[in-house]
Design a protein around this ligand. Structure first.
Ligand SMILES: Nc1nc2c(ncn2[C@@H]2O[C@H](COP(=O)(O)OP(=O)(O)OP(=O)(O)O)[C@@H](O)[C@H]2O)c(=O)[nH]1
Ligand SMILES: [Mg+2]
Length: 276
């Protein structure tokens, strides 16, 4: 079955940059990847675009013809995309075979991943067509300066997990920009009780119970952990790809060259991936 990564996350979190860097990395290891743009508001791309939703519908045309602002027009575009999946998307995906990998670069409007129907219909349809999909949720590591921001990011990621029902890999982007990378350590596999304690310290005591309840929701699902991605480091890109491959079982049932086969045999060399 062909395999796809659905790259989602807040506006400006680094989704398109992720697509570009994974595309480049795959090219360097001899693995073919196609990137499809599903963001009707995108203006230019650093990666070669295999298919582009803007050929189906243009945000500017919708804003003008429907007299909508940018966000309303984007929702209109995604509903149009949802209604036209069976023809436009099916045509774009013709000819892909078992070993192929496609990356979908998606818009940054979070309602698309928490409750809007377009992406849910899209992922269901992809599954019906026999694609295996992994959701890559990109969160800006610059955003993680304290527990409350981190919890907000986690809850958004969690709602995408529940809404899209896909195998999920959460990514901290822009790690290359961090002066001290160890600041991320407590957030990679977070200790929820410690996060609640941190909230308690800075908030009015009346929120204590709420803080515990939020921490326990995160703990109960135990779905949240993050992969730090430093785009300036090929090993980090390789590890990222490996995580996505594992989430989807890519390469298990086919004799294909995957990120796991590169360089050192079965496992990528992760010895220098520590954030210290
Ligand atoms: N240094 C560095 N800059 C990054 C990284 N990821 C993104 N950026 C920068 O952050 C800005 C936003 O990145 P994009 O990749 O366009 O983010 P996006 O999530 O696709 O944004 P939207 O499509 O508008 O939601 C750009 O200026 C990028 O160059 C990263 O890993 N490292
Ligand atoms: Mg983008």
């Amino acid at each position: 079955m062909p395999y796809a990564q659905l790259v989602v996350g807040p506006a400006g979190s680094g989704k398109s940059t992720y697509c570009y860097n994974i595309h480049q990395h795959c090219a360097s290891i001899g693995r073919t990847v196609h990137v499809i743009n599903l963001d009707p508001a995108a203006d230019d791309f650093r990666y070669p675009v295999t298919a582009d939703v803007r050929e189906l519908i243009s945000l500017e045309d919708v804003m003008e013809e429907e007299d909508l602002g940018p966000n309303g027009a984007l929702m209109f575009c995604m509903e149009y995309f949802e209604d036209n999946m069976d023809d436009w998307l099916a045509e774009q995906l013709e000819g892909y075979t078992e070993d192929d990998m496609v990356i979908f670069d998606c818009p940054g409007q979070l309602e698309l991943y928490s409750h809007h129907t377009a992406f849910r219909s899209f992922t269901k349809q992809m599954m019906n067509w026999g694609w295996r999909m992994v959701c890559v949720y990109v969160l800006d590591s610059q955003f993680i300066t304290d527990g409350s921001k981190f919890i907000a990011g986690c809850l958004q990621a969690q709602s995408a997990m529940l809404h899209l029902e896909l195998p999920h890999v959460n990514v901290f982007s822009k790690v290359d920009m961090l002066e001290d990378k160890t600041v991320l350590d407590p957030y990679l596999t977070p200790d929820h009780t410690a996060l609640a304690d941190e909230l308690d310290e800075r908030m009015d005591p009346k929120y204590r119970k709420l803080n515990r309840a939020i921490a326990s929701v995160m703990e109960d699902f135990s779905l949240i952990s993050f992969v730090p991605l430093d785009i300036s480091d090929e090993d980090s890109l390789q590890f990222m790809l490996y995580q996505c491959d594992c989430a989807i079982g890519y390469g298990e049932d086919a004799d294909v060259r995957t990120s796991r086969d590169v360089e050192h045999g079965d496992e990528p060399d992760m010895s220098n991936l520590s954030l210290e």
